[in-house]
Ligand binder design. Structure first.
Ligand code: F6R
Ligand code: ZN
Length: 193
């Protein structure tokens, strides 16, 4: 009993509160901010030439992630606001790189707050799944599923993501093999191929 109490004391964190600026759809005081531009997305889109044109035209931001990180030990949760801008590379909708978790069995919950999109998922065994991301939808990404968000709308796709702090990012085979589906906008219609 005393050992348990001692262990808890050693790991004890102070409770804290963070805020989301609901207008800007950003965390007010993130620990860390990730910005991915078109030039960070080489190897991910089908039309590599169209991506180079976009980079030459000003290298727009594809997405930003505002993270609150806690110690990467079992039991803690980290979370972030993911803000994925609308746009296309050729005809392919803007998307995140996508990743497995390094601790492969860890799950993640995405609560869509704004915009419209698709969560595209795959497993190493070749399973594929898509879920609709629209305000109020909570997409549960189970362990072992690589996950990529795709913006199919005309405004930023904003989600709150909550995951075990130990999860980590494993970009594994994503850059070389991608996902088994791509999402295009053709004549204003969303097409999965
Ligand atoms: C964390 C998570 C999100 C993503 C973010 C960016 O596990 O899924 O925070 O990291 O949406 O996506 P990636 O990391 O694939 O560029
Ligand atoms: Zn994740």
């Amino acid at each position: 009993m005393s050992t348990q109490v001692g262990k808890v004391a050693a790991e004890l964190m102070a409770p804290f509160t963070t805020g989301i600026d609901l207008e800007r759809a950003e965390l007010v005081t993130p620990c860390h901010r990730v910005v991915r531009r078109a030039s960070d997305m080489r190897g991910h889109y089908a039309d590599a030439e169209a991506l180079e044109v976009l980079i030459a035209k000003g290298d727009p931001v594809h997405y930003e992630v505002f993270e609150i990180l806690t110690p990467e030990t079992r039991g803690n949760l980290s979370y972030c606001i993911s803000k994925l801008y609308p746009g296309v590379v050729g005809e392919e909708c803007f998307m995140t790189k996508g990743h497995y978790h390094t601790v492969a069995q860890t799950a993640e919950l995405y609560l869509a707050l704004r915009g419209e999109g698709i969560m595209l998922m795959k497993t190493a065994e070749g399973k594929v799944d898509t879920q609709k991301m629209v305000r109020g939808n909570m997409v549960y990404v189970p362990g072992y599923w690589a996950h990529r968000s795709i913006n199919t709308g005309t405004e930023p796709l904003v989600s709150l993501c909550i995951y075990p702090a130990e999860a980590g990012h494993n970009y594994g085979d994503i850059e070389t093999q991608g996902f088994p589906r791509r999402i295009y906008k053709r004549d204003g219609q969303i097409v999965m191929a």
